[in-house]
Design a protein around this ligand. Structure first.
Ligand code: FES
Ligand code: FES
Length: 245
């Protein structure tokens, strides 16, 4: 059986909500589909100045201080000495709500949430893929809505609830989230690099829409790339999780 015939037989199985696949129907459905907003706009950051807004002096000082810090070695180990050496650095200490916990962290004005999560808070489940809002490997939930952490400034999420893949399993029992179980059952993870982002996109979808159609699920997952090409596995995982949750 050729690969094309194999794909057709896979997709023509009846009773699982999937219709027979073809390039024609795929392109036709994509042409009609609304664009998925990958990143919801967030209010502009308020940098403290004498008038409560952004002052030119404060901005330049913060950029110079940031450059000095960035050029020294080691994110975590250097933070203590850099804070002591940089006037006003203590003002960068912010409290974030991450996976239900309050975390105090020293954040640079231009620092992205993915950097903070991975290198300041040790939450390395959030992956860096493209680092430019294209691949979805860094997807986290902000107030239950999927966002790309690589393209979100950390200082913008101070008043928001951040959820990463480390926080989706049951914290008390360690039981996996239904999405995680369904992805395993449907053999979604291949190399696994995109899996945390896929999990967060699916969890965000099911919070907003517990019973999505296949097309709604496909659209919601369209901001997450998988270099292993396991899109159908992840899609079936989302539908299975919706059915079993
Ligand atoms: S690393 Fe954020 S979208 Fe690719
Ligand atoms: S499972 Fe390898 S990139 Fe998606």
């Amino acid at each position: 059986m050729s690969q094309d015939e194999h794909l057709r037989s896979e997709h023509s199985r009846s009773g699982d909500g999937f219709t027979e696949w073809s390039w024609e129907t795929e392109f036709a459905s994509l042409a009609d589909a609304p664009l998925r907003p990958p990143v919801r706009p967030i209010e502009p950051i308020a940098v403290s100045g004498r008038d409560g807004g952004v002052s030119r002096r404060a901005f330049i000082k913060s950029v110079i201080a940031s450059a000095a810090i960035a050029s020294s070695a080691g994110y975590v180990l250097r933070s203590q000495s850099a804070r002591a050496a940089t006037p006003g650095a203590a003002e960068r200490l912010v409290t974030l709500t991450v996976n239900g916990q309050q975390r105090r962290v020293d954040v640079l004005p231009q620092e992205t949430l993915a950097t903070t999560l991975r290198y300041k808070l040790g939450l390395t489940g959030t992956k860096f893929g493209c680092d430019r809002a294209e691949c979805g490997a860094c997807t986290v939930l902000l107030d239950d809505v999927p966002h790309y952490a690589c393209s979100t400034l950390t200082l913008m999420v101070r008043s928001r609830s951040v959820a990463t893949v480390e926080g989706v399993a049951n914290a008390d029992t360690g039981e996996l989230h239904p999405v995680q179980k369904a992805f395993i059952d449907e053999l979604g993870p291949q190399c696994g690099f995109c899996t945390p982002g896929q999990v967060m996109a699916a969890v965000g979808l099911l919070k907003a829409n517990p019973n999505p159609t296949v097309d709604e699920a496909r659209l919601a997952m369209s901001g997450n790339m998988c270099r292993c090409g396991a899109y159908e596995h992840y899609l079936k995982g989302v539908m299975r999780a919706a059915k079993e949750a």
